[in-house]
Ligand binder design. Structure first.
Ligand SMILES: *[C@@H]1O[C@H](CO)[C@@H](O)[C@H](O)[C@H]1NC(C)=O
Ligand SMILES: *[C@@H]1O[C@H](CO)[C@@H](O)[C@H](O)[C@H]1NC(C)=O
Ligand SMILES: *[C@@H]1O[C@H](CO)[C@@H](O)[C@H](O)[C@H]1NC(C)=O
Ligand SMILES: *[C@@H]1O[C@H](CO)[C@@H](O)[C@H](O)[C@H]1NC(C)=O
Ligand SMILES: *[C@@H]1O[C@H](CO)[C@@H](O)[C@H](O)[C@H]1NC(C)=O
Ligand SMILES: *[C@@H]1O[C@H](CO)[C@@H](O)[C@H](O)[C@H]1NC(C)=O
Length: 753
């Protein structure tokens, strides 16, 4: 079972230097036996934290030598929202434990690598948008992340009253963290392995910057004249500036985010009374019962809390989407109409070149000597590495005072070039051109064709020279587009569900940052800023969670499924021409906050519906206990879910079998009227070539609010080549609303992906 969790952010140096990310094994060796952390799930029981701990220790004692030994190995007792404990066990002890009647499942704890402002105007949520300020200020948004910066302007509490009475969480004073205010109402951390992290602080304070950024995107106050050294200037604000923030720090600079800590955060946040949970951390385990985010999000959903999670930065590979459980709202990342470009002037003066990236430096000279890294190697052996400007490959004497041209190998080459006396660099890459990398020295990224021109120029003259000007903000068309890095469907978890669900901005997002770390975090960087630019589904996730909180501020009683449905059916469809993976890249489309508040109809679901779905997917009763506790689900006696996917999802995906004949899938859906009492909706079908789609009935009439109406969608598809995908849609339209569901037809390969 391999699952990796990343903070879903995308500076090139994180993305390209996985080796820098030291994965520290935290298994202690005691005697000859290696002990590791495990999480044991138990059945439901009356929730009483004190007696639960005792019960957990007693249970553990039966596989340990003594109660003392058991108490010492116990790491955490999850008792608030579900019944489980984490402990350090040998393989043998774990096996014994899972054989016990009271223990429903034992899963190993895994360590996972870490995976503005203008964006809200672009989405049609201007500062003047209609708001329900009272209910918005009662919204509590939870983030599981790297911590938060309490003194940031985005989290000042001027004008905020006391926390809403439903809040049951805590906030303390910790090292380098002076406590909460009426904006940040909760802040705690979980680091259950007990292993110190030399690069982090045992405190909710954000040493990394990621958590500060995501929190301010979701719920930051309005901050005027925010920018990164004057770049991307504007008013920074979150989706719900009046909402309260609860930070649960579960990600650590050197370790990443562990299952034990993520589950502890869920256990606490659910009990604390949060409204929405935003998780910009990913997992790739396709199994919903062994993935801590899927498991935790299920418990949250069953208590009425929607979890929004990042879909991952593993695009454009198909089948790369993560956090795809049906009860999670999975966010892909799009670019808006903004680009950050630097002009490069070559010494021959013929033509200026445009590169991508953020470089805040004004040149001090008219031109600088320019050298190709390949020509500045330390020796003949290092030549292959020097092309990529890798550590220790360049001769400082050949680089000093010069701009260096290199191919993209690893990230962080600006630090390397700078460290040996170079001025800056031009990086050639055909990948990752969507997102602007921030440089700690004059720098920019050019594509392969432009790179070729630069190489030719360097070889055409005895003393090549160039200059990189400070970055300018430029317009980009067409927008929005799905970022190349944004993970794609189809879902590795099931063939019957479209994922990702939705797209929100995740490219070049300006938001608050930590004062503790330099902008790039690279050696030698002395740039610090209260705001910075980041890219990744880590950024689209809080945008989406912010829209969910915005919708919930209008409809505090809506279920997680209803909020998700409202966001999906009102999304703006994206261009299939610009985004060639179409729905596998953008799901239902780009979030549209103001429309999502007033969707007309919703596809609602409760906890049981998801269980019916899992039974339909072939999950065994015995593994479902991780989700439902000891409510003893028996799939064979449970009312079977209806239709092809056994789910009342607002989108539809039909996967074709290997057949020479047309195949038919029948989807059964029920919509709830949340618009005007008396409404009539007519169906419009848009079927792709080779697919026949019919809906019965074709008209739905409602005479009261919350009335439900059911319908059937029949999809009949001709055989298709392997890995082909086509898509259409079903739109229910009334005189006031448009309720749109994409319908995807896909032919998986033999392995089912
Ligand atoms: C945390 O606080 C300690 C003690 O005041 C201080 O020495 C240290 O520099 C602080 N660390 C950071 C990263 O701010
Ligand atoms: C806005 O920010 C820029 C860059 O930080 C600064 O130079 C400028 O003085 C600020 N303007 C105002 C009106 O505060
Ligand atoms: C290149 O850019 C510089 C700085 O913007 C400008 O002064 C110069 O005229 C440009 N040269 C050409 C050939 O466009
Ligand atoms: C999911 O994981 C559990 C625990 O490892 C395993 O028992 C179960 O068979 C898996 N389910 C599926 C559908 O893969
Ligand atoms: C589930 O129900 C079926 C049919 O009633 C029964 O045969 C089976 O033993 C039950 N399974 C469990 C685990 O109770
Ligand atoms: C729905 O269809 C009926 C019957 O064709 C028609 O009278 C009505 O105007 C349609 N309503 C809408 C909103 O399109």
């Amino acid at each position: 079972m391999s699952r990796e969790t990343f903070i879903h952010i995308l500076p090139l140096h994180r993305l390209l230097l996985p080796l820098l990310f030291v994965l520290i094994s935290v298994s202690g060796v005691i005697g000859d036996e290696e002990k590791k952390f495990y999480i044991a799930f138990l059945g439901d029981h009356p929730v009483n934290a004190d007696s639960t701990l005792e019960l957990h220790v007693n249970l553990l004692s039966s596989v340990k030598e003594s109660p003392l030994d058991a108490a010492e190995s116990m790491v955490y007792s999850y008792s608030k929202s579900f019944n489980a404990f984490a402990a350090k066990l040998s393989q043998d002890e774990a096996n014994q434990l899972s054989g016990m009647d009271e223990v429903l499942a034992v899963i190993p704890n895994q360590y996972h690598k870490l995976h503005t402002t203008k964006s809200w105007d672009f989405l049609g949520l201007p500062q003047t948008a209609k708001r329900r300020l009272k209910t918005e200020s009662d919204m509590i948004v939870a983030l599981f992340d790297t911590g938060i910066t309490p003194h940031a302007d985005s989290f000042k509490d001027e004008g905020f009253g006391r926390p809403p009475s439903k809040w049951k969480g805590t906030c303390g004073r910790f090292a380098n963290f002076s406590g909460c205010n009426n904006k940040i109402i909760g802040a705690r951390y979980f680091k259950l392995d007990g292993t110190p992290d030399p690069q982090d602080i045992l405190s909710p304070v954000d040493v990394d910057g990621h958590g500060t950024h995501t929190s301010s995107t979701l719920a930051g106050n309005l901050v005027k004249n925010a920018s990164l050294f004057g770049i991307a200037q504007g008013t920074a604000r979150g989706a719900v500036p009046s909402a309260r923030v609860a930070m649960y720090k579960v990600c650590w600079v050197s370790f990443g985010c562990s299952d034990m800590d993520i589950l502890a955060a869920f256990d606490a946040a659910i009990k604390d009374g949060v409204d929405i949970i935003s998780i910009s951390i990913g997992g790739i385990s396709p199994n919903y019962t062994s993935d801590s985010i899927a498991v935790g999000a299920f418990h949250a959903m069953s208590k009425g809390i929607l979890t929004v999670a990042s879909g991952g930065n593993d695009g454009p590979n198909l089948g790369s989407v993560s956090n795809h459980a049906p009860w999670i709202l999975t966010a892909a990342a799009s670019g808006i109409d903004r680009d950050f470009r630097s002009t490069v002037r070559l010494g021959n003066g013929i033509k200026n070149i445009s590169g991508i990236g953020v470089s805040a430096f004004n040149p001090k000279q008219e031109l600088y000597p320019l050298v190709n890294g390949a020509d500045a190697a330390r020796n003949s052996e290092s030549k292959d590495f020097a092309r990529f400007c890798m550590q220790d490959s360049l001769d400082p004497a050949k680089v000093k005072g010069k701009l260096v041209y290199c191919k993209l190998g690893t990230g962080g080459t600006d630090s390397i070039v700078r460290g040996i006396g170079g001025v800056g660099l031009i990086v050639e890459s055909d990948e990752f051109l969507d997102a602007a990398e921030i440089f700690m020295a004059p720098g920019t990224v050019v594509n392969g064709i432009t790179g070729g021109l630069i190489e030719n120029y360097i070889h055409s003259t005895r003393s090549p020279s160039a200059v990189i000007y400070r970055t300018q903000e430029t317009r980009r068309a067409p927008a929005p587009f799905v970022a190349s890095f944004s993970s794609r469907g189809p879902s590795p978890g099931t063939q019957r569900l479209l994922k990702p669900d939705i797209v929100a901005p995740g490219v070049n997002i300006l938001a608050a940052y930590t004062p503790i770390k330099s902008i790039t975090g690279l050696k030698g960087d002395t740039q610090y800023s209260k705001f910075t630019i980041m890219s990744g589904t880590s950024m689209s996730c809080p945008h989406t969670a912010g829209v969910a909180a915005y919708v919930k501020s209008f409809h505090p009683n809506w279920s997680p499924a209803a909020i998700k449905s409202a966001i999906l059916t009102t999304a703006t469809p994206m261009s299939r021409r610009v985004n060639k993976d179409s729905e596998f890249a953008f799901g239902a489309g780009q979030v549209s906050p103001t429309r999502a508040v007033n969707p007309g109809l919703v596809y609602d679901m409760d906890e049981l519906a998801y269980i019916q779905f899992l039974c339909h997917e072939g999950y065994k009763d015995s593994t479902l206990v991780v989700l439902v506790g000891s409510k003893s689900i028996n799939c064979s006696t449970l009312l079977p879910g209806r239709g092809y996917d056994a789910l009342n999802y607002p989108t539809m995906q039909f996967s074709l079998e290997n057949s020479q004949e047309p195949t038919t899938g029948v989807f059964r859906r029920t919509v709830t009227n949340v618009g005007p009492a008396i409404s009539i909706y007519n169906a419009t079908i848009n079927a792709p070539r080779g697919v026949e789609i019919t809906v019965r009935p074709t008209s739905l009439s409602f005479s009261r609010v919350l009335q439900k109406r059911s319908f059937t969608v029949i999809v009949k598809a001709k055989p298709m080549p392997i890995l082909q995908m086509v898509s259409g849609s079903l739109v229910w339209g009334s005189s006031r609303h448009i309720v749109r569901s994409p319908i995807v037809v896909y032919r998986p390969d033999a392995e089912g992906s």
